[in-house]
Ligand binder design. Structure first.
Ligand code: MN
Length: 331
């Protein structure tokens, strides 16, 4: 099934065809936890795995924690990627095997580099009654995919103009630049547009972009984009024109040059081959099991590629079974 809307290519004045904006609609996925908090996943999709190095876009809430049970994601591994956490409402407590312990708060980015391997947990604290945010992943390029695990935090100062506010958490936009280093050129920003506002934002023409709509309806380069949709804009534009309709719009603008490498993405792993996935899955399972059973306390996880999440006592999450078919690389 394709979620891609059929849209005719635009004709420019010169008569050359430029690829148009593609609207990607979310699918509803249970995240886990006692009452299975659900997320809206817009990337990857069958027809598109990456926007720049962005390889995963999960959007959730606003959810009443009393209804969903909140976020309770026990220790689990990652390899070959970075996780980017961005919240609109609530808080999430992050712990990882590199010893980082941090709160994820609205308007502040937390970026975790998995590199060759890390494990982490994400739990919303008891005083968080509403959760609303996005969990994004960045694929690491071949040159850097086995770097040491790491962690960065940044609280961007808002940049404002007539009818708009921007918070640039990765890369450069609207005169602001995030200090967080990245392994490929990347853009990540939150934009708020007052009703009726048109913002023509200068962008890097080598970048492709994704516009994830959190609230309201807007036009992205003339194409209507609704709440929870992700609009894909191909490279080749020096300006992106965003127009809010008659309500406040909040969106995340993601971008980067086309990644240019084929990746194999399975569970929490970004790899290049089926064999890598099999080996890293096996490494995690070996760390978390004793006599065939998953350990009850993450402090009992054995040493290995993914380490032990410092200070977490939840039972680690076992890897799901591998599919019966070989995982094949995708662009
Ligand atoms: Mn994770």
């Amino acid at each position: 099934m394709s979620n891609l809307e059929d849209r005719p290519d635009e004709m420019t004045c010169a008569g050359t065809v430029t690829p148009g904006v593609e609207i990607m609609t979310p699918r509803d996925v249970p995240l886990g936890g006692p009452r299975a908090m659900r997320v809206r996943r817009t990337l990857p999709q069958r027809q598109r795995s990456l926007i720049g190095a962005w390889c995963f876009v999960d959007h959730y809430g606003p959810d009443r924690v009393a209804d969903t049970g909140g976020m309770v994601v026990a220790p689990h591994p990652h390899t070959g990627l970075q996780t980017v956490s961005w919240l609109f409402t609530g808080e999430v407590e992050h712990r990882d095997s590199a010893g980082n312990h941090a709160m994820v708060r609205p308007g502040e980015v937390n970026l975790m580099t998995a590199g060759r391997g890390i494990s982490h947990s994400e739990v919303s604290p008891a005083d968080t009654t509403t959760l609303h945010g996005a969990q994004l992943w960045v694929a690491l390029p071949s040159s850097d995919r086995f770097v040491d695990p790491g962690f960065a935090h940044h609280a961007p100062s808002p940049v404002t103009g007539s009818g708009w506010t921007a918070r640039v958490f990765l890369g450069s936009l609207l005169g602001d630049t995030s200090p967080v280093p990245t392994y490929t050129p990347l853009l990540g920003a939150e934009l708020l547009l007052d009703p009726g506002t048109t913002l023509a934002v200068d962008v890097d023409e080598t970048f492709e972009h994704g516009v994830l709509v959190d609230a309201g309806v807007l036009s992205v380069e003339g194409v209507e984009t609704k709440k929870d949709d992700l609009a894909y804009v191909p490279p080749g534009r020096t300006t992106l024109t965003l127009t809010a309709y008659d309500e406040l719009v909040r969106l995340l603008l993601l971008g980067g040059p086309p990644f240019g490498e084929r990746i194999v993405m399975w569970w929490n792993i970004v790899a290049r081959t089926h064999e890598e996935v099999v080996a890293w899955r096996s490494d995690w399972q070996a760390q978390i099991t004793r006599d065939g059973a998953v350990v009850a306390d993450s402090q009992d996880v054995a040493p290995g590629r993914f380490g032990t999440v410092v200070g977490d006592h939840l039972p680690p999450i076992p890897a799901p079974p591998l599919p019966h078919v070989r995982l094949s690389p995708r662009t």
